[in-house]
Design a protein around this ligand. Structure first.
Ligand SMILES: NC(=O)c1ccc[n+]([C@@H]2O[C@H](COP(=O)([O-])OP(=O)(O)OC[C@H]3O[C@@H](n4cnc5c(N)ncnc54)[C@H](OP(=O)(O)O)[C@@H]3O)[C@@H](O)[C@H]2O)c1
Length: 283
């Protein structure tokens, strides 16, 4: 699935600049800094008004250049908030030349908007999710037409510190990526809340119900990560015929149950993503 390939990441090590080292940006930077060469980088510059400890420490040991004067870079990684993009464009242009690969993780900002604003035709648009901040995320990405295999490999490699990377995908699929993995952690957190509340209804005290529900999701997630079996297979392994889990799944999987609800939720998120993109174009 991932397009990452250390050998395919370009024939020479590159100069990358990270614009915005907040939660997501600093998670990527930590991964790159641990081995710049493996990330395909000769040099890393970071532009960030309020850098965290990791970035400050890397700057103190000269591993990175922090807030240097802009020069045209091989790669510009945009990790500022989408609403900050417009204000940053004039400053960003100084880092971007006609051959610069611009990798954006800004939610909902289209490739066309970035090409139009910054003038490079080579743009990668990625959508990470919050677990990316601890390297356990899932990120999908799409590329502009001017990008080829080299840009796909470089982009995948740069995103790898966030966790799993899927792509290149079509840009038309990015609303689906947002709805599945971008918003997905919220669905899982809601499941923990609902399970805990149901536990209280079933007679547990709140603290016990919260602890059991939370750790059940953490443990189930760890099992999924550990074993190659399909989730349906893992589900069957905890479902004895005629048992308690089967009784619960009979409710969850009935018509209008969880699969249908999740489908409707994802459809609503896809629709909202398309609306937000239209609103941003008009802004
Ligand atoms: N968090 C997620 O789960 C998630 C998921 C998908 C996509 N994303 C995308 O990832 C991007 C970053 O999100 P985040 O959660 O990491 O946000 P964040 O923690 O707010 O990080 C953004 C950083 O950029 C800095 N900044 C603002 N303007 C700047 C400029 N002109 N030049 C350089 N740095 C600037 C901010 O500094 P100040 O705070 O001092 O302004 C902040 O440290 C967003 O575009 C978001 O849409 C995030």
């Amino acid at each position: 699935m991932t397009a990452a390939s250390s050998s395919a990441a370009g024939s020479h090590l590159k100069h990358a600049v990270l614009i915005g080292a907040g939660r997501m940006g600093s998670a990527m930077a930590r991964g790159w800094i641990s081995d710049l060469g493996s990330a395909g980088l000769a040099k890393l510059s970071v532009v960030e008004p309020s850098p965290g400890d990791d970035v400050r420490a890397a700057a103190a040991t000269k591993l990175i250049d922090l807030n240097p004067a802009p020069v045209v870079a091989d790669i510009v990684v945009l990790a500022v908030k989408p609403q900050g993009f417009g204000a940053a464009v004039e400053t960003l242009k100084a880092w971007v030349g006609p051959d610069t690969l611009v990798v954006s993780i800004m939610a909902g900002v289209t490739i066309a908007r970035i090409v139009g604003a910054l003038g490079s035709a080579k743009v990668a648009r990625a959508m990470p999710n919050t677990p990316g901040a601890i390297g356990m995320g899932a990120t999908g990405f799409a590329l502009s037409d001017a990008c080829g295999e080299d840009e796909a490999a470089v982009t995948a490699m740069l995103l790898e510190p966030l966790g799993l990377v899927a792509g290149p995908l079509k840009e038309t699929q990015m609303d689906a990526v947002t709805a599945v993995s971008g918003s997905g952690p919220a669905y899982v957190f809601l499941l923990v809340e609902a399970l805990a509340a149901a536990g209280v209804s079933a007679g547990l005290d709140e603290a016990t119900a919260n602890a059991l529900a939370r750790e059940t999701i953490v443990g189930a997630g760890a099992l999924l990560g550990e074993f190659a079996e399909a989730p349906g297979e893992l589900r069957k392994q905890v479902t004895s015929p005629g048992g308690t889990t089967a009784a619960a799944l009979g409710v969850l999987m009935a018509e209008g149950g969880m699969p249908e609800l999740i489908k409707r939720a994802v459809e609503a998120a896809v629709k909202r993503g398309a609306e937000l993109a239209k609103e941003a174009e008009g802004a």
